[in-house]
Design a binder for this molecule. Structure first.
Ligand SMILES: [Zn+2]
Length: 529
């Protein structure tokens, strides 16, 4: 009797969410997300899956975020041809997000291969292409919230997770030939008072709960809409007083629409001046149209399109995007990506970070190893597309826009799911968040042996429902300790920046030659040892 679950991602880290479940005559995935962050972990996207995609019967998808859905086209490229079950909201978002992701993969590889050719290295293939993305979309079967989907030995039911449009927690009834088991995958859980969505819901009394811990150990006030808008108004007004631009990196999905909703309300009420607001992201513009199309199932939509305002300019073409740089005074620019690692935001950062009158407003979670995280931590110099940029702009952060429940919100959500009969698996969090959630659950009186914090690639045998899940012989792709640390690429980038700064700041060429000679000696000594 086989009943196994492998954590192929989002273990000890927040990205790459993917669970592989095997029964006697059936195997399936819950999510198939992309790894993001430092190079070591991103390389996993290029490596083989730890399973054979052609052998996977079907897939269940919690939501459209890249770290949950971003490797679906790779799955299809390598032979998966089964159905993908998800909500219609998620499907409509993926219609734009997967081709966009494919485009990013193709562009990144083009750039990399140009460098590889110059350095005489072998060329690499993109993780997947637009064709793979299109083929993936063909496999999607939309499902309704709260109604059972019969997949033979597995039954699945999707619950509103209150996280982004279409997001779900997934409940499963698994027939393993023995007693069977009920499982609940949290997906990502939204906060209470979230714009557009009701508070998250799910059943209780499952055997296995697999829950995210993104905000474990971190506390945030979930503000009602008016207070959230007041905070944003203050940031906008402060930025405008500096006389420059307000640049907001924003995820194309959900965060952008929340910002548009609030900025439109503030413009209408006169709480902020009528300045041009650019939404400079073709993907975010398309996603905004998905929100309008789903207006009937969303809250706060004021009967249709709250994203329309005469100050809003949606810039789709490259020419329109470039023209934004000509605005010198007060302007608000919203662009993707939310962690500053890709997309048009990079051009705006290059154009504004060095200007003391400009403001960068971070409104989302910045993962370790991303450019956004460096800026959040106060980096004085950064590298964008090979260019050094001095950071003189004001860097501001507001965390009221999270799509994630904070520590208390997660604990409350877990509490409503109790009792969990067998095990609680903690996933999708940094080591600090995982530890904080683990401790909080033990404090709550849940026996420590019932709580499992899997490492990347851990594989559990769940076939004996009475015993604790057993870790089976695990084949690891990378050392789990390296999953969330900044790697040597980050260290090298920071050393290079410091070295350049020292050299530029030196009084004379003689001093510069001395510094370089010392480094050369160190390097030679290192080679000899
Ligand atoms: Zn998410």
């Amino acid at each position: 009797m086989t009943f196994q679950m492998k954590f192929c991602g989002a273990a000890g880290t927040v990205t790459g969410s993917c669970y592989w479940i095997r029964l006697d005559d059936c195997q399936f995935l819950v999510d198939c997300g992309m790894f993001q962050g430092a190079k070591t972990i991103k390389e996993l996207n290029y490596n083989k899956f730890p399973f054979d995609p052609a052998q996977i019967d079907f897939m269940l998808l919690t939501h459209a975020h890249t770290d949950h859905a971003g490797l679906i086209p790779k799955l299809v490229k390598h032979g998966f041809s089964g159905p993908i079950y998800t909500t219609s909201g998620t499907r409509d978002l993926l219609t734009y997000m997967l081709p966009d992701s494919a485009h990013i993969q193709e562009m990144e590889v083009d750039r990399l291969n140009r460098r590889n050719r110059q350095r005489g290295r072998a060329e690499v293939e993109p993780i997947y292409t637009g064709e793979d993305a299109d083929a993936s979309l063909e496999l999607i079967h939309p499902v309704e919230y709260e109604s059972w989907l019969d997949l033979g030995v597995v039954k699945a039911r999707f619950w509103n997770a209150g996280h982004i449009l279409g997001a779900a927690s997934i409940e499963l009834e698994v027939q393993d030939g023995g007693e069977g088991a009920r499982m609940l995958f949290s997906g990502d859980i939204g906060p209470d008072h979230k714009a557009f969505h009701p508070d998250p819901e799910a059943p209780s009394g499952v055997d296995y709960l697999i829950t995210e811990t993104t905000y474990g150990g971190r506390f945030r006030k979930d503000l009602p809409m008016e207070e959230r808008q007041e905070l944003l108004a203050k940031e906008i007004n402060d930025a405008m007083h500096q006389g420059g631009a307000l640049v907001i990196p924003a995820f194309a999905v959900e965060r952008t629409q929340e910002l548009l909703l609030d900025i439109a309300a503030l413009l209408r009420s006169g709480a902020i001046p009528h300045v041009p607001v650019f939404l400079d992201s073709p993907l975010a513009i398309k996603v905004t149209s998905v929100f309008t199309a789903h207006a009937h199932s969303l809250e706060d939509m004021d009967g249709g399109n709250p994203f329309a305002h005469s100050s809003f300019h949606f810039t789709e073409t490259t020419e329109e995007s470039k023209a934004i740089a000509r605005f010198s005074g007060n302007v608000i620019i919203i662009a993707a990506s939310g962690m500053c690692d890709a997309g048009r935001i990079r051009h705006h950062l290059k154009n504004h970070l060095w200007r003391p009158q400009s403001t960068l407003l971070l409104v989302g979670y910045q993962a370790e190893g991303t450019l956004g995280r460096l800026l959040e931590q106060g980096a004085k110099r950064i590298k964008i597309q090979g260019e050094d940029v001095e950071v003189r702009a004001r860097i501001r952060t507001i965390d009221t826009y999270s799509g994630h429940a904070d520590h208390d919100g997660l604990m409350e959500w877990i509490d409503e799911r109790l009792p969990v009969r067998r095990s609680i698996f903690l996933s999708h969090g940094s080591s600090a968040s995982l530890q904080a959630m683990y401790e909080a659950l033990v404090d709550k009186g849940i026996p420590a042996e019932q709580i499992i914090v899997p490492k990347l690639d851990d594989d559990f045998d769940l076939s004996d429902g009475k015993a604790l899940p057993q870790l089976t012989r695990v084949i690891r792709r990378i050392d789990p300790e390296c999953v969330e640390k900044p790697d040597w690429h980050n260290d090298l980038a920071s050393l290079t920046l410091d070295l350049r700064k020292q050299l530029e700041g030196a009084h004379s060429d003689k001093q510069r030659a001395k510094l370089l000679a010392r480094l050369r000696t160190l390097l030679d000594q290192f080679n000899e040892s």
